[in-house]
Design a protein around this ligand. Sequence first.
Ligand SMILES: Nc1ncnc2c1ncn2[C@@H]1O[C@H](COP(=O)(O)OP(=O)(O)OP(=O)(O)O)[C@@H](O)[C@H]1O
Ligand SMILES: [Mg+2]
Length: 493
Amino acid sequence: MNIPEQYLKALVEISRQINSILQPEELIEKILDIALQQLSAERGFILLKDEQNEEQFTPHALRNINTPKISEVKDISHSTVDMVLQTAKPLLTFDALSDERFDAAQSIVLHQIRSIACVPLLLKGEMLGVLYIDSRGEKARFTRQSLEFLQAFANQAAVALENARLLVRLQQENAILKEEFHRIYAFKEIIGRSKAMEPVYQIMGKVLNNDSTILITGETGTGKELIARAIHYNGHRKDKPFVAVNCGAIPENLIESELFGHKKGAFTGAVSDKKGLIESADGGSLFLDEIGELPMLLQVKLLRFLQDRKFTPVGEVRPKSVDVRILSATNRDLQAGIKEGVFREDLFYRLNIIHIGIPPLRERKKDIPLLCDFFMKKYNHKLNKNIGSIRAEALQNMLAYAWPGNVRELENSIERAVVLDTDEQIGTDDLLLASRELSPDGIEAGMSLEEISKNLLTKTLSAVDGNKTRAADMMGVSLRWIHYKMKEWQIPS
Ligand SMILES: Nc1ncnc2c1ncn2[C@@H]1O[C@H](COP(=O)(O)OP(=O)(O)OP(=O)(O)O)[C@@H](O)[C@H]1O
Ligand SMILES: [Mg+2]
């Protein structure tokens, strides 16, 4: 190739420019602009193979060609573009009017095109499209050297374009896979496939790799700490510490120094400098468990820390700063705490940037069999036992039970059953559930209204031999409600 130095220099610069553009559409525009500019051409376009339909080529980035329709674009340049598409060779004509190759090409005559340069966009022998430019001036402007330059440029452009398209495709695929992955597999330590858990996984997927402050709420034993840990250990801070502080368990007079640290001699007993838990979590995550138990004075100090991530150890004068993600959890109703004046509203808003609410186990009964299986395996392994399954009747009882202690309670009863069991199946007796917890009327504190309604409807229907009108009368509801609920709860007629 015989490319003059000025072109070579331009190529280096151009390559830098086009390789920095990652958006395919923007890149296509830029490629055409560069070609027009370097060859002082007036008009042009880029024809590209469709990503969906490989048979079809569509024009992009038209310049000074007013119509976006392929037939009309082709009209201008039909013969040229076709020839390049077929031969995959660059084509140059100095004076299209007198070029014998275009005798039949009415279009060229029609549009008075004097000078055409058209090069294929080839990538590893595959035709991605063509770059077409022309000039309608009286004098032919394009030279053989300019064609060589254009082809060298087009080769680079093809690579850049393919990279940009590939990147977009990968980003799209990646986003889909990530969603899917997080929905189903990412948190393998968290058991649960019920619909009620989906929003939890969805939010988790979105916060893993940022530093947003998260408040996790849910009844006791629903897995708040488990989820906090999963967020940390699946996120970008996973190689840094996860420090959990139970705000309810530290004596009030020690919390400040535990959290923020102290200087030697700051108070009686402070025999040496001590790093606080916040500082130990530097770079990682700080999990403030039972945040609802934090005393007022400490709420103020925590708020100050959350505002600028700076804190002053007890007895120290100069503030220190750390980089930590804050997660907190509570089973208390913080809003009620605010109303009662025991929890600061401003702190609540600082902590509750992202909220994850974990549903109680009774609202995700579908997960009970999965959890049973999971804990059975866990305790079989731990206790060197070999319990194979849970009896159907025992499982029925578990499904009917309200689980006030949620997953922790379920885990404990499975553990107990695995310890106590002598045959290879867990039965109702091993679980110590129904007889202990369910009252004779089938109602028990903590049950959901839905569950009570369902039990009541089932009982009433059986008392009236399935007569829905009578059941509706007795229950004081409409017949439609009965039909609707029987369908929803799959109660057989
Ligand atoms: N979805 C789950 N999959 C597997 N194990 C779970 C799940 N949810 C909770 N657990 C287990 O249940 C127990 C209690 O969970 P965790 O300590 O995270 O609950 P918590 O909401 O923090 O409870 P508390 O409010 O009492 O502090 C743990 O052993 C945890 O591993
Ligand atoms: Mg907890």
